[in-house]
Design a protein around this ligand. Structure first.
Ligand SMILES: Nc1nc2c(ncn2[C@@H]2O[C@H](COP(=O)(O)OP(=O)(O)O)[C@@H](O)[C@H]2O)c(=O)[nH]1
Ligand SMILES: [Mg+2]
Length: 217
């Protein structure tokens, strides 16, 4: 019985996600869904990315947060339109809340939307939001085993950002093992090694996402 209930929830989410995807395609807006553990650096990466794209593209932000507006406040200063979704304890965003958030934007004025999902590697991977792609963010301080332990996210992601490279020498993070495991679940996915706070290694990531802004849906 419980399995059936869960399946109905996922089915309903999937139907709505397809409607969101259709709407975004009609409006020619791409949507990138950033997923990571809490604290891996999603907001910091988005800060750097919004700053870089400021005069290059029109970006909207959907900020998913359990209960505060802290990340939304951090991102507000870059001047992008931003909609906050508080999940009130929920561990992921769903397509229904994304559809409502989209109605707050003037989609015709946007090129791309960044969604910061709730910090969690499991549930956000299971709920399609109607996004163009998922971006997996992982950091050296949380261990090198994430791709093999949470393969679904790393299999689905269109890019993987490995953040906090500045901390790697202080941890037991084994980059070769991380990469081997990542390649076993996703042989081709682009991998960007960065340090957001030190502003190091961000060039290839920023160029990659800038190219994605130009891609026709
Ligand atoms: N040392 C280091 N700290 C970072 C880096 N990127 C982010 N942080 C810090 O990690 C913490 C969590 O970052 P945040 O962007 O809020 O993570 P989120 O929960 O995934 O949005 C903050 O204190 C950041 O300043 C980095 O590249 N190196
Ligand atoms: Mg955040």
């Amino acid at each position: 019985m419980e399995i059936k209930v869960m399946k109905r929830v996922l089915d309903r989410n999937q139907d709505k996600a397809e409607q969101v995807r259709k709407l975004l395609k009609e409006q020619r807006v791409k949507m990138y869904n950033f997923i990571s553990s809490p604290g891996a650096g999603k907001t910091t990466l988005l800060e750097k990315t919004c700053e870089y794209l400021k005069d290059k593209a029109n970006i909207g932000i959907i900020e998913g947060d359990v209960s505060t507006d802290r990340d939304a406040q951090r991102l507000k200063m870059y001047g992008n339109p931003i909609v906050l979704i508080n999940t009130d304890g929920g561990c992921h965003l769903d397509s229904n809340s994304i559809e409502k958030a989209l109605s707050e934007f003037s989609l015709a004025d946007l090129d791309m939307i960044f969604v910061e999902n709730v910090g969690n590697l499991v549930c956000p991977s299971h709920f399609d939001l109607g996004e163009t792609s998922k971006i997996a963010v992982v950091s050296t301080s949380e261990g090198d085993d994430k791709p093999i332990k949470y393969p679904m996210l790393f299999r689905d992601a269109e890019a993987v950002v490995l953040n906090k490279m500045d901390l790697m020498e202080h941890t037991n993070f084994n980059y070769n093992l991380f990469k081997k495991d990542l390649r076993s679940v996703s042989p081709e996915v682009p991998l960007f090694r960065v340090s957001c706070t030190k502003d190091e290694g961000l060039g290839p990531w920023l160029e990659w996402i800038e190219e994605k802004v130009k891609v026709e849906l």
